[in-house]
Design a protein around this ligand. Structure first.
Ligand code: ADP
Ligand code: MG
Length: 140
């Protein structure tokens, strides 16, 4: 099994409700290890660059506004099959469709304010990690 890294954001809705610890505990319980972490606040340019794949979607501006609305926790997670494992513990994008026991089922308050982001492929994991971290700041 390959050890991978993936990129995670605890989104403003979850940070605002003081859920960093509970969400992090669920990530760790699933076997993932946090190898880099910091609390930051996005600006519009950074949010738009991060979500540029969604630039033509009707929810794009609202999503960028939400992601800039308060502090977030950006993290690098490491483990076997980390990208898929993280997507599984996150749950479906829409919390109404998220499975029991997933982070979004437990914490999300809407389709937009769904508490957590996770990379969806190895290519995007590398791109997303590089948005926020230098290699020297990731300690396995
Ligand atoms: P995921 O975060 O599960 O990878 P997407 O990449 O499709 O989902 O969407 C990115 C983020 O945009 C979602 O996590 C959610 O916050 C928001 N979003 C997605 N679809 C919608 C929608 N139809 N309306 C409002 N916000 C949305
Ligand atoms: Mg996505």
């Amino acid at each position: 099994m390959v050890v991978e890294r993936t990129f995670s954001i605890i989104k403003p809705d979850a940070v605002e409700r003081n859920k960093i610890g509970e969400i992090t505990a669920m990530l760790e319980s699933s076997g993932l290890r946090i190898v880099a972490s910091k609390r930051i606040k996005l600006d519009q340019d950074k949010a738009a660059a991060f979500y540029k794949v969604h630039a033509d979607k009707p929810f794009f501006q609202s999503l960028c506004d939400f992601m800039c609305s308060g502090p977030i926790i950006v993290q690098v997670l490491e483990g076997e099959n980390a990208i898929q494992k993280n997507r599984e513990i996150m749950g479906a994008t829409n919390p109404d469709e998220a499975a029991e026991g997933t982070i979004r089922k437990q914490f999300a308050i809407s389709l937009e304010k769904n508490s957590i982001h996770g990379s969806d492929s190895p290519e995007n994991a590398i791109i997303e990690i590089n948005h926020f971290f230098n290699e020297k700041d990731i300690i396995s």
